[in-house]
Design a protein around this ligand. Sequence first.
Ligand code: G4P
Length: 294
Amino acid sequence: MVIQWYPGHMAKAKREVSEQLKKVDVVFELVDARIPYSSRNPMIDDVIKQKPRVVILNKKDMSNLKEMEKWKDFFVEKGYYPVAVDAKHGKNLKQVEAAAIKATKEKFEREKAKGLKPRAIRAMIVGIPNVGKSTLINKLANRTIAQTGNKPGVTKQQQWIKVGKLLQLLDTPGILWPKFEDEEVGKKLSLTGAIKDSIVHLDEVAIYGLNFLIAHDLERLQQHYKIDVNADAETLEWFDAIGRKRGLLRKGNEVDYEAVIELLINDMRNAKIGTYCFDIVQDMSEELSHDSNN
Ligand code: G4P
């Protein structure tokens, strides 16, 4: 579902999620493993505050392992408990409960010292649309609970789902808005299918993706489209080569650039060329140094 975010919606979503957070011991901040930083809500630290946090990098099957590890280190440094999962295929899900136990250890030790009885750890999932919140809830619950297309914020009637031995998860996720002020982030969100096509310029998204591939995985790009274009060639040369090879032509034998753009974007969104992490820690040091928690 496409959600249009207006200031009123954002304030309401933040308020609703903040309210739900009072019920839980730990928050699962869900991000897309292909853009672990760009797929975060811009005010997430303001929403979650000091609550113990497990950062779940979902869709790990479509990302780059090495780069994901660097992001995990980044989150560890912030005092969070990162885990990388593939919710769609049910991979690594046991780690979620293990991370929740670690994240809440101190809290439960304090409760025990006060003489409180042991109880289940309560958690909720929070994240921007399309990072896989519903998929993860359904997998953790082992049945279909969360429907895709929830409203922003959190929906009203909620229940606890038992996950493993020690965990209870709220069955409705908190939905917050994506970062949409930064153009580069917008392109990354589009490349991973997190935002709808009409609010970004698809030609810019395709060019951004193409340049990423030229810089990071040239050989595979050339092999995938069976073309032999140089890294320093103009974008149009690439588009022409791809279009001709794939027969994406208009009348008069001209390359149909719109079709090439669509092909490139779909191939990247569906990890057809390769599996990539578009947020590269090393290239983002400037941005990360301004991160609110540093
Ligand atoms: P949301 O609640 O956060 O909005 O996200 P949702 O679960 O609806 O998931 C969004 C899309 O991401 C879905 O694809 C879902 O299948 C896919 N997805 C979720 N987790 C993973 C994962 O770990 N790996 C991969 N590869 N994909 C994942 P869709 O195209 O909308 O639906 P469908 O093609 O699965 O039917």
